[in-house]
Design a protein around this ligand. Structure first.
Ligand code: UD2
Length: 316
């Protein structure tokens, strides 16, 4: 009989979830489980490792199957979500249902199933616009969009499941994750995936605002490594940590870099600012380094190079 996986990843067929699957398998997990409704995830993301993945095509809005699937697991990595700030403004109902009610289901099922720890994918958007950079976990959150608020609620629920129910929980605020497999097919896609597609199809991207907004773009493998560390670090239950690289780059700089790497000159179009958009974002990584052993390996230049290489191969 096959042994039950000790790790289960909600959203495991997604861009970040599938990177985490590969990371856990590389670290020695013989098998991992995923829960995914394939809303934005794709089984193709798991192509190379599919035979070591126990796949449950389940929606986290359905509570009952979760409790059965989680039984026997030690760690749940909760990455399933409907991301995107503008999507949550244009379609607030599904994003509320998945990001808040679905997240509650995951914590509740994990507790009922006797899971040791839930590691939750929170978002840097919870900070909103702060007076000071970099952003540290002790700053008061100021969510500017439904998505930011929903992701913050998931952190609060985690802390309450830790204090009231004794479930170990850790929340990691992801800072604009990018890398291979990020899907560029929707207007809600992450900006770097859209820049890669624009460069390869020779169609100018649209930058919303003046392009001087900045983000702490974080390479997907660095995030996956940190997520795994958060599952084993002692004495961190109920806490929130930044999962960023510590740098800060403007969209104008990034589009310049992508053009340079691709050897093209293609000026971007500029459009109106996006509602709910945060102006600047940069992580203070001190707490994650000290308490989780965070050690990001990829500079933005190296991450962009690898990412563009992947999109080139996909487009070939
Ligand atoms: C937010 C969170 C991020 C993550 C993500 C999930 C912040 C600072 N970051 O990312 O941590 O949770 O949500 O969705 O809140 N843009 C363009 N042209 C385009 C698309 C986007 O200029 O075609 C701009 C956009 O207005 C924004 C920047 O690029 O200023 C980044 O947008 P994004 O959608 O990639 O990510 P963001 O920052 O909303």
């Amino acid at each position: 009989m096959e042994t039950r996986p000790k790790s289960i990843i909600t959203g495991g067929a997604g861009f970040i979830g599938s990177a985490l699957v590969r990371q856990l398998l590389a670290n020695g997990d013989g098998r991992v489980g995923i829960v995914d409704n394939l809303n934005s995830g794709k089984l193709k993301n798991l192509e190379a490792v599919g035979d070591r993945v126990e796949t449950h095509l389940v929606d986290i809005r359905d509570y009952d199957p979760l409790e059965r699937i989680f039984a026997g697991a030690e760690v749940i990595y909760h990455l399933a979500a409907i991301p995107s700030v503008p999507r949550s403004i244009n379609e607030p109902v599904p994003s509320h249902d998945v990001n808040i009610n679905g997240t509650f289901n995951v914590y509740r099922a994990a507790h009922a199933a006797g899971v040791r720890r839930v590691v939750y994918a929170a978002s840097s958007s919870a900070y909103g616009d702060t007076d000071v950079l970099p952003k540290t976990e002790s700053m008061a959150p100021r969510p500017k969009s439904p998505y930011a608020l929903q992701k913050l609620m998931g952190e609060y629920y985690g802390s309450v499941f830790s204090s009231c129910f004794g479930l170990e929980t850790v929340a990691l605020r992801f800072f604009n994750v990018y890398g291979p497999r990020q899907d560029p097919s929707s207007p809600y896609s992450g900006v770097l995936s859209l820049f890669m597609k624009a460069a390869l199809t020779r169609q100018a991207p649209t930058i919303f605002g003046d392009g001087e907004q900045s983000r702490d773009f974080t390479y997907v493998e660095d995030v996956a490594a940190l997520v795994h560390k958060a599952s084993i670090a002692p004495g961190v239950s109920g806490k929130v940590f930044n999962a960023g690289n510590g740098g800060r780059y403007t969209l104008n700089y990034l589009w310049e870099e992508v053009q340079r790497l691709e050897g093209i000159t293609l000026p971007a179009n500029y459009g109106p600012w996006r509602e709910g958009d945060v102006r600047d974002s940069q992580a203070d990584t001190t707490a994650a380094v000290r308490e989780l052993g965070h050690a990001p390996r990829f500079t933005i230049q190296e991450g962009l190079r690898r990412t563009l290489e992947w999109y080139r191969a996909e487009n070939a």
